[in-house]
Design a protein. Structure first.
Length: 462
């Protein structure tokens, strides 16, 4: 967040995204576990924009909760990108500085390109500077039309292009830096005389040029930064670029990946050095993995904090914290509020929720642990279940240090086992157990001699 560009950001995010064929607005769709619009907002913040404005409209009840740190305007009728600017214009009244316009569906734009665009704009003294690109396939993008002197004369949308214009390789990224008075002062001159019957923001450039103002351009260094996501196919392409960018950085920083095509790490995750990420691992949200861990295969961690030297194999974990040298899996489900202390072990087919497992304690096989606090060096036998829910309320289970819970124990909460307790296998524990006691709840075993012989004699046919 070092930079501080002289600009406010204005992000267009009101469109429906018809080409996504989705019930949810396009900018809410996720790339590496993060909504498209958040990528753009965070790039603007990171560039140091004074304020980040976002115009939302379609499905706004789904978009707005993602934008707590932004200034929101509403576009209730989708009349085009020019109209979107009109809907936010009142927020910039009296503002004389620069407005960087960004698209909520161009998630790969970087803070450094935003900074560079504003610097270029400031240096040239232009009324508008458009970020342009040379994509391998220009289909669908507006084309940059230049006059005989090579200056930007305007932008023509794909649908409005002549055959000749369609052959132009230089395209509009949809990202611009405007001087606010020039932009706002010409909004009333936009019209809807085009193939889509919309107010095109792109027409602003020819309007400014016609008024004798300077329209500058800057070619983006990396075309991928301007990839627009209009369809699911483009979402996949952009996601692949993001994945490669992040994985290349992580490997350069000392993370091992058996196959970087099969590891997905969100942009806000931190992975320390000497971590090994095995195939089909996804790290989402604000997950942090400390050094020396082996994560995967088949593991998804969302908003987790993982201590050093952990081995997590085939684990799904959400809002889980682990200390150093914890081992989990294969095949465990750690739900929000799980806290595993140093040296703890959680094994196979175990589910844990809102519980702490103490240092060196083990929950090795086939258990459900919910709303529990487990002390130091405790062993939880196979098949143990905390019966934490009575159908109305959740209750706590507390297990003291060095306690040994026998296999298939039902712990009916609220219940407290002291330290050094032993429970007999298959016991249903409903009462608190004092320190050092054995608790057994089990019918006595019966032996009926020679039963098998008698039972089958009359039934066997041969
Ligand atoms: C737009 C540009 C095109 C450029 C391309 C880059 C226009 C007319 N065209 O085309 O020159 O090459 O981006 O990706 O600007 N939006 C609104 N309200 C609206 C319409 C759109 O907020 O009424 C938002 C959308 O949510 C989206 C952005 O503006 O985030 C771009 O709109 P979209 O319809 O995707 O424009 P493109 O056809 O991609
Ligand atoms: Ca688009």
């Amino acid at each position: 967040m070092g930079a501080h560009v002289k600009a406010k950001a204005l992000i267009l995010a009101a469109g429906a995204g018809t080409r996504m064929k989705s019930n949810k607005p396009k900018v809410v769709h996720e790339m590496l576990g993060k909504p498209l619009v958040r990528w753009v907002v965070d790039a603007a913040h990171q560039a140091g924009c004074d304020d980040v404005h976002v115009v939302i409209g379609h499905g706004r009840e789904q978009v707005e909760p993602l934008l707590g740190d932004c200034i929101i305007s509403y576009q209730l009728e989708m009349l085009g990108t020019g109209h979107t600017i009109m809907c936010a214009a009142d927020k910039f009244e009296g503002y004389e500085g620069n407005i960087v316009v960004l698209c909520g569906d161009s998630p790969l734009i970087t803070a450094s390109t935003i900074e560079h665009l504003v610097e270029t704009h400031e240096a040239s003294g232009a009324a508008a500077t458009v970020l342009t690109m040379m994509p391998a396939n220009p289909f669908g993008y507006g084309r940059i039309v230049r006059d005989a002197g090579g200056n930007v004369a305007g932008i023509v949308e794909e649908k409005d292009c002549t055959e000749e214009q369609r052959a132009i390789g230089e395209c509009n990224s949809g990202i611009y830096c405007f001087s606010a008075p020039a932009l706002l002062g010409h909004l009333d001159q936009l019209d809807r005389n085009n193939a889509q019957g919309e107010y095109y923001l792109t027409d602003m450039l020819s309007l400014l040029a016609a008024d004798g103002l300077t329209v500058a351009s800057m070619v983006v260094e990396d075309n991928d930064e301007c990839l627009g996501v209009n369809s699911r196919a483009q979402l996949a392409v952009a996601g692949k670029v993001a994945q490669r960018r992040i994985n290349d950085r992580l490997m350069a920083d000392g993370v091992t990946m058996l196959d970087p095509n099969l590891v997905w790490v969100g942009p806000d995750c931190v992975v320390e050095n000497d971590v090994e990420l095995l195939p089909m691992t996804m790290l989402w949200g604000t997950t942090r993995v400390s050094n020396g861990c082996v994560i995967g295969p088949n593991t998804r961690l969302t908003d987790c904090a993982i201590g050093s030297g952990n081995v997590l194999e085939e684990v799904v974990a959400i809002e889980t914290t682990t200390e150093a040298d914890v081992t989990v899996g294969p095949r465990a489900y750690l739900r929000p509020g799980t806290y595993l202390c140093e040296g703890a072990h959680v094994g196979t087919h175990v589910e844990i929720k809102k519980s702490t497992v103490g240092p060196d304690s083990k929950v090795p096989h086939l258990s459900y642990i919910g709303d529990a606090t487990i002390g130091t060096d405790v062993n939880i036998g196979a098949g143990t279940i905390t019966c934490n829910y009575d159908g109305v309320n959740k209750h706590q289970t507390i297990i003291g240090d060095f306690t040994f819970v026998g296999s298939n124990t039902m712990l009916v909460a609220p219940v407290k086992l002291g330290s050094n307790v032993v429970t007999g296998a298959a016991s249903c524990i409903t009462k608190d157990v004092p320190d050092g006691a054995l608790a057994v709840e089990r019918n006595e075993q019966k032996i009926i001699e020679n039963w098998t012989e008698r039972h089958f004699t009359n039934k066997r046919t041969s």
